[in-house]
Design a protein around this ligand. Structure first.
Ligand code: MLT
Length: 265
């Protein structure tokens, strides 16, 4: 794990592989470790830059009650500045995908391609927003154990290998109550980002799992119909985290990015 001073705090990040840089943003409530199959065997032609987002893992939290997607995006751009990277491929899983979209909205000129894994550009409905605030309050009142147990049921499909489940649970248990509350409020405040996808000029790769209860196939289908150059894959027998349940397929798809665009074969 490397570190850099960003936004008055420490940004911890992993940097592996060789080739064009791909910034990968993790989901909630994980760390950079949730990309472990890709970190252990990076896609050919790509150098992965995978931070612990602010307040997660070894990175310093940002102040305030909510960790908004725009705040993550601004922080990630500062990290890229610190690394001297003017442009790179950008991707994220789930919450990381929301933040990748926010980064693209803030400064599309820095984004070579956009990859969303188990993610989408839509906002939450009123019930979803209320659930996020309830999660934030639960974290502050009771800690994260109940939240982690419930999320573990949702983010992996029943087909996930037991070892994946055990390892992911260990990652989730590291999340502090503070960052769980901040990120829940930040996700509740998301804006609709369909326009970002529609307008983005570069290649877009969308990968979802057919068994993902958080991005169900009808929603993935709506994303695929957006007027962009998106290549969309719905992977059978896979849940919310394709990089863990279908790592080889995700790696293969990512390997199509550096050649100037996402290819479909
Ligand atoms: C995630 O995996 O980042 C979260 O499940 C995202 C969400 O709750 O929308």
């Amino acid at each position: 794990m490397k570190t850099l001073d960003v936004a008055g705090g420490t940004a911890a990040y992993q940097r592996v592989g060789q080739g064009e840089p791909l910034l990968l943003l993790h989901g909630f409530p994980f760390t950079s470790e949730c990309f472990w199959p890709l970190l252990e065997a990076p896609p050919k032609g790509l150098e992965l830059i995978v931070p612990d987002l602010p307040g997660f893992g070894r990175s310093t939290p940002l102040p305030g009650p909510a960790l908004t997607m725009e705040a993550i995006a601004g922080w990630a751009l500062s990290l890229l500045d610190g690394l001297g990277l003017e442009r790179c491929h950008v991707g994220g899983v789930s919450m990381g995908g929301y933040a990748a979209l926010a980064l693209t909205r803030l400064d599309p000129s820095r984004v070579l391609s956009l990859t969303l894994l188990g993610s989408h550009p839509f906002t939450d409905d009123a019930v979803g927003v209320a659930r996020r605030h309830a999660t934030a309050e639960e974290a502050e009142r009771e800690g994260t154990a109940g939240i982690v147990a419930r999320m573990l049921q949702v983010v992996l499909s029943e087909k996930a290998q037991p070892l994946v489940r055990t390892r992911l649970e260990a990652v989730m248990r590291q999340a502090s109550a503070q960052v769980v509350a901040q990120a829940s409020r930040g996700m509740a405040a998301r804006v609709d980002q369909r326009e970002v996808l529609a307008r983005f000029y570069g290649p877009v790769l969308l990968v979802t799992g057919a068994l993902d209860p958080l991005v169900p196939p009808d929603r993935a289908g709506q994303v695929a119909q957006l007027p962009s150059k998106a290549v969309a894959r719905v992977l059978p027998d896979v849940g919310h985290l394709p990089q863990l349940e279908a790592a080889d397929e995700v790696r293969r798809l990512l390997e199509t990015l550096p050649q100037g665009g996402v290819q479909t074969t």
